[in-house]
Ligand binder design. Structure first.
Ligand code: ADP
Length: 271
């Protein structure tokens, strides 16, 4: 709390009172702390892959390149961590555009069953090695007013997470419904280990991970869910997560509902 003191004077100049002004700077200080935290996190996240790349390059330069086995292994390390750096930078740029509200949305009426099917098809190669079945339960005729490319990014992130953190030989199901308040709700559900209660409120924070090692091993940047949250909010929707430990996680997001029309969507079959 910042306090300014102003003397109150009569027309003759005599002091007749004092005005105390209280400025609530808590919010400003919080924002500054968040910013500092973010910069520290970004630096750390950039430095980790960079130092792995550097030491692999040094090993190769120190003569490792003459041994074919060492050569292949260290080039792979360099490639893997360079890819990670580039994913991280893409995510950071996406977030910075969202922060600056520089994301232009091309809002149209989008049929959700087809959009979900496209996102599930994209995720097939990720699901197959883990033998996870993907299921589209979104009803025909459900449509939202949304930027189709951004919706794909949101669905892609949530489906990818459900596969990465879900149970091997498990099932990922996407559901959809109209909530009745001119909004639709999409749910991405898995049957994996779920998310502990204390982590549930934090998973949408930048760089928050329940299991850091696991996330990094899976190639995660720790930014996926914060991008999801920002993209959904840019459309006027909200995100939330429900989970029961050992029984999976369900991520929900809402979007403004669109009347089903001729835009490549089937006629409404709801009700
Ligand atoms: P990451 O790049 O680490 O996947 P995200 O922002 O997408 O970053 O997710 C943040 C963290 O939330 C993950 O590291 C993981 O610990 C947890 N998480 C996300 N989705 C799930 C899920 N379906 N089941 C269990 N944990 C999840």
């Amino acid at each position: 709390l910042q306090v300014s003191v102003v003397a109150l004077r009569s027309p003759t100049g005599a002091e007749v009172g004092t005005v105390l002004v209280f400025h609530d700077v808590t919010r400003l200080q919080q924002l500054e702390a968040i910013r500092q935290d973010f910069v520290a996190n970004v630096s750390h996240e950039l430095r980790t892959p960079l130092s792995l790349i550097k030491s692999a390059a040094e090993t190769l330069l120190d003569g490792g390149k003459n041994d074919p086995a060492v050569n292949a292994r260290f080039l792979e390390i360099i490639d893997k961590h360079a890819n990670r750096l580039s994913l991280l930078i893409d995510d950071l740029l996406t977030l910075s555009k969202l922060d600056a509200e520089r994301v232009e949305l091309d809002i149209r009426s989008v049929g959700l069953r087809a959009a979900v099917q496209d996102a599930l098809d994209d995720a097939l190669t990720l699901a197959q090695p883990r033998a996870i079945a993907l299921e589209n339960q979104v009803p025909v005729g459900l449509s939202a007013k949304v930027d189709a490319a951004k919706l794909r990014q949101v669905l892609g992130n949530l489906i990818e997470n459900a596969i990465k953190y879900g149970r091997e030989r498990g099932r990922v199901v996407v559901q959809g419904r109209a909530t009745g308040a001119a909004m639709v709700e999409i749910a991405v559900c898995d049957d994996g280990p779920g998310i502990p209660a204390e982590a549930r409120s934090r998973v949408f924070e930048r760089f928050y991970r329940v299991d850091k090692a696991r996330s990094r091993e899976q190639g995660g940047t720790g930014l996926g869910l914060s991008i999801v949250k920002n993209l959904v909010q840019a459309h006027g929707g909200e995100v939330r997560v429900e989970s029961e430990l050992g029984r999976g996680a369900r991520f929900f997001f809402t979007l403004p509902e669109a009347e089903a029309n001729g835009n490549g969507t089937a006629p409404s079959a709801r009700g």
